[in-house]
Design a protein around this ligand. Sequence first.
Ligand code: C2E
Ligand code: CA
Ligand code: CA
Length: 507
Amino acid sequence: MHIKKITASVFAVTFTLGLITVNFFNHFYAEKALHKDAEQLLYQFHDAMLEAHDILENLPDPDTFQCSEEDVKKLAMLAFEHPAVRLVGVLHGQEQHCASENVHIDLSNYHQRTLNPDKHVLKDQLSLATVTHSDEHLDLLMVRSHENSRYFASINPFMVNYLTEFACMNCLEYDFVIQGLPNLEFKSKRIKQPSYIEYTASRMESDVKVTLNLRGTKAFYIYYQELSWFSTVAFSFVLATLLALFAFKLLTIRQSMDRIIKDAIKFKEFTPFYQPIIDSKSNEVVGVEMLARWVHKDGAVVPAYQFIPFSEDTGLIVDITEQLIKKMAKDIKTLKWDQSDKFVSINIVPDHFKDNALYELLESLMNHYEIAPSTISLEITERMKIDNLPHARACLDDFYKKGIDLKLDDAGTGYGGFSYIQELGISTLKIDKMFVDTINSDDLKSSVLDAIISFAKSSNLKMIAEGVEHQHQVEYLKERDVFMIQGYIYAKPMPIAQLQKWLQERD
Ligand code: C2E
Ligand code: CA
Ligand code: CA
């Protein structure tokens, strides 16, 4: 049930986030598309202007122009050959004298704003005319001939409506602004729809700035929304499903791991292995560290790293430790160490400070098996955070009063460091393998090893070097008064029967 709830939440969150993200990218893409169109339109406009110039510059002297049928054909031919040019004609005063098409241009509605000829390249050739063409008002952008302004060409740069690519007619509208001195504006007055995206593209043509305002209208936007709706939902759904499945898988693995470990606890499969700690001066075994192993019914041994981190995460380590300690008490008896000066170290975690179950267990076992408390030692790692140090200290004081001491494991590798040593009443530092490995290397950490050793000495802390594998490491440590050695150089962790044999062989 719990897993299902979490999986459903993962799905819901991912799905929502997916919708938001994809939607954002769709809008981004829509704007990009508009940007591209605006650019295209600007280029088309520019090309249309050039075409118109080209025509006007090559027309004969207007005075020789007769407006004969042949002349009109010529104009029509020119307009036909230049797709961006709509009309080509010649004016006579305010009158349209002759044009490529048989239309009447009502020049009473003609607004002319001529660009300042000195200020820019386009000179006086561009003007806006509102003309009437069979009852319809049209805005024409006229290019006038440079010489005498009598020839004109109306350009229609947007005749190629490639915007139909978007599969919606009239879904894009545009304003056209040519800014120079003075400004000439060309605006379609027929745009009535509210705009949703506005994009302005500008290109400088010498002193003349051509600006195009392109708007995505409602139709454009709705089209885009509909287009993106399906892909957005589909993408988010797939993403959310995949993540939810992944979460479900992970959670079930965790849950089954939890169940398997609980079963292993029930069937008492956790077994202590022991790794000897030797005094390199006397070559005597001073104690052992108890290390957890999971021994399956078939005898297969699971190493600590495969179940300890999970067990520590979930708190199952407390039950595992309890099981190990019970077996350990018997083993101490087997070794006849119950009244000796040797010790067995137990790895504990901050969870053990939650109540005094560990203390009570050890006390009852020591009473039952008549084990001297000095035989028992605790190890806590510097890598794990203890939230309430004074409380931990109060718990530990019960052990200290009995005569059970505490060693700091993995010294120098965690964040507990100095505060743990100050506040927890540590008796011994266990120098981590990481530092032992640096002996005789130019690794920077080798200076840390020396620093840890001198710190321990000045603080009157005992030391155990862990992970010692080579004789030269033993010698190096010995020179610096670190005599207690735990490592493969002497022995690996082993089950009680093997330890017993190993100890006998040393005698
Ligand atoms: P640790 O407490 O630092 O234990 C020392 C580890 O170093 C052991 O690994 C030991 O086998 C290994 N070791 C010792 N000497 C050498 C050496 O010369 N070379 C190499 N390569 N390794 C060496 P192990 O038994 O696999 O345990 C790993 C860790 O799992 C322990 O590190 C400890 O943090 C945790 N652990 C093991 N048993 C328990 C337990 O009962 N309770 C808790 N809370 N943690 C445990
Ligand atoms: Ca340890
Ligand atoms: Ca360690």
